[in-house]
Design a protein around this ligand. Structure first.
Ligand code: GLU
Length: 541
């Protein structure tokens, strides 16, 4: 049997058949085919969503095709259920691919189901001597690295250090005969060990020149699956991808990828390398880390309750800075342009995200806010969900407080997660009565004055008044107890008063809302209703 057939069986499908099966796409001039190609490692990185948004927008705006491909050839990193999780995250962000697992004419779209396809092309490389088997064990490779370090030579499997590059046929046969496991390595074009330079153009970074690749990288692993590098070339060629939008950690691999495309007789795609999202760590910036930063995981944003439009708007602004000052509805409708992406790390700014989300929530119709809040609470705060669901009418009134004024809507919620803290007091079942007159929230008033203020207001309490009249009863109570009508008056003659009016009014605020800061008290009292207001005014022990 020929050596070649012992490395890759002759019955693999000839590469030409794949070329026929996946012909050039009938697309208009200028249409771009892009893809998002995550590895299912059980965690969807927010930087991945940024890349996917850009890739999708480029395809959609050019009348092209957007593909989702699952890159699961590194089986050791595979996490059960990760593909489903990925699907859920993409759906949540409205990133709907034109072709993906189970649908599309250029599939399969899961790499582990494409092993036969890769073998056809590994055979092409072997046939033309652009690849060779390597029998080195991990111990031998470790020893190679040690020798290179001692000789101060660059590490890697290259040039004179690449032992299996020059094995004779007899050497190979002898090893195969005893069943020695092997990988297939690509024979780097500049394999003599000389460092050459290579130039290429990147849609984000412009013209680039860097050292050419001289490493003989593994393209097929012992168990038969390809490495990322080969799979990238074969898949992006056969799926007729025109534009590879990916994280810039792959930029340094471009020279190798160009060599692979060339050796396989493929036209190289255009590349667009997207800078990562970074975070401040002390005084320096670093990439958002999967291990250290909860914000690296897209689930964190949904779980915190940021509205999805706000997250999308924020990410789109990171992609193309021109969008940063536009209203969020506008940002969501614009196309993203590769040429406008920044080539340096974009700082994650949660304050900016929150301010966009406040705008979004303020603009949502109250009915929709109620639905979204409930949906969020059902997953993240079931107790609150039950309380909210009990009285939808009350919930709508709560969400309408200061919200329905067209000129100045309330902008105090950035996430659904903040609702409980800011508005939970309006849900009677969720409210803890304030019973201790010595409670710190009444500071600086003494216990007796707190009791008196509560009692005077409660005594003559009238509910059905307009806003001015309603507050007047609080004011009258305070003045009758010796508080000043204004801060100025108090400051001029502090000895004449027990304090300024607002300190007395704070007693009523704390009793009604549980907080020293709250939305408009009169509006809150409308939502609570007379009975509940009275119950709270009378709650001191
Ligand atoms: N599976 C690779 C990753 O998750 C994809 C890189 C690419 O888009 O080509 O980093």
């Amino acid at each position: 049997m020929e050596i070649l057939d012992r490395l890759i069986p002759s019955h693999v499908t000839p590469a030409a058949q794949w070329e026929q099966r996946f012909p050039a796409r009938p697309l208009a001039e200028g249409a771009e085919v892009t893809r998002f190609a995550p590895s299912p490692t059980g965690f969807v990185h927010v930087g991945g969503i940024l890349v996917a948004l850009i890739a999708q927008s480029v395809a959609v705006s050019s009348g092209g095709v957007f593909i989702l491909r699952v890159e699961d050839t590194d089986q050791s990193r595979y996490v059960e259920g990760a593909v489903e999780q990925l699907g859920r995250s993409l759906e949540y962000f409205g990133i709907i691919p034109d072709e993906s697992v189970g649908s599309g004419a250029y599939g399969p779209y899961v790499q582990s189901e494409r092993a036969g396809i890769y073998d056809s092309f590994v055979r092409v490389l072997l046939e033309q001597d652009s690849a060779y088997p390597c029998f080195c064990t991990s111990e031998e490779l470790a020893e190679l690295t040690a020798r290179q370090q001692a000789a101060k030579a660059p590490s890697g499997y290259w040039g004179p250090w690449a032992a299996c590059r020059s094995l004779t046929e007899q050497d190979v046969v002898a090893r195969l005969d005893v069943g020695t496991p092997f990988v297939i390595r690509f024979r780097a074009t500049s394999g003599d060990g000389e460092v050459r330079r290579v130039k290429f153009s990147d849609r984000v970074r412009g013209d680039i020149e860097m050292d050419d690749n001289r490493n003989d990288v593994v393209v097929r692993k012992t168990m038969g699956l390809p490495t990322y590098h080969l799979a990238h070339a074969v898949d992006d060629h056969l799926m007729r991808v025109t534009t590879v939008v990916r994280a810039d950690e792959w930029l340094s691999s471009v020279p190798l990828h160009l060599q692979l495309f060339d050796a396989l007789g493929f036209d190289a795609p255009q590349y667009a390398h997207i800078a990562p999202i970074v975070i401040m760590d002390g005084k320096s910036k670093r990439k958002l880390s999967k291990r250290k930063d909860p914000q690296a995981n897209v689930d964190w944003y949904a779980e915190s309750g940021y509205p999805v439009e706000g997250i999308l708007c924020y990410l789109r602004g990171l992609a193309n800075a021109r969008l940063q000052d536009e209203p969020w509805q506008q940002v969501l409708s614009e196309s993203l342009r590769l040429e406008e992406c920044s080539n340096s790390g974009q700082l994650l700014d949660l304050a900016k995200l929150a301010s966009i989300c406040r705008e979004v929530i303020a603009d949502l119709p109250v009915e929709q806010s109620a639905d979204r809040l409930l949906a969020w609470a059902q997953r993240r705060d079931p107790e609150l969900a039950v309380q909210l669901a009990e009285d939808r009418h009350a919930l709508l009134r709560v969400l309408s407080i200061e919200q329905t004024q067209p000129d100045r809507p309330r902008k105090d919620l950035a996430t659904w997660g903040e609702f409980r803290e800011k508005y939970g007091f309006l849900i009677p079942a969720a409210f803890t009565l304030v019973t201790d007159p010595a409670d710190a929230r009444f500071d600086p008033l003494d216990v007796e004055l707190v009791r008196q203020m509560a009692a005077v207001v409660a005594d003559g309490y009238k509910h059905d008044l307009d806003g001015r009249e309603w507050f007047e009863q609080v004011r009258t109570a305070a003045l009758s107890l010796g508080f000043s009508a204004s801060v100025g008056e108090y400051k001029r003659e502090p000895e004449r008063f027990r304090g300024p009016l607002k300190v007395a009014a704070n007693v009523i605020r704390v009793l009604l809302t549980g907080s020293t800061r709250s939305p408009d008290l009169y509006e809150a009292s409308r939502v609570l209703g007379a009975t509940e207001v009275f119950r709270r005014l009378a709650s001191l022990a």
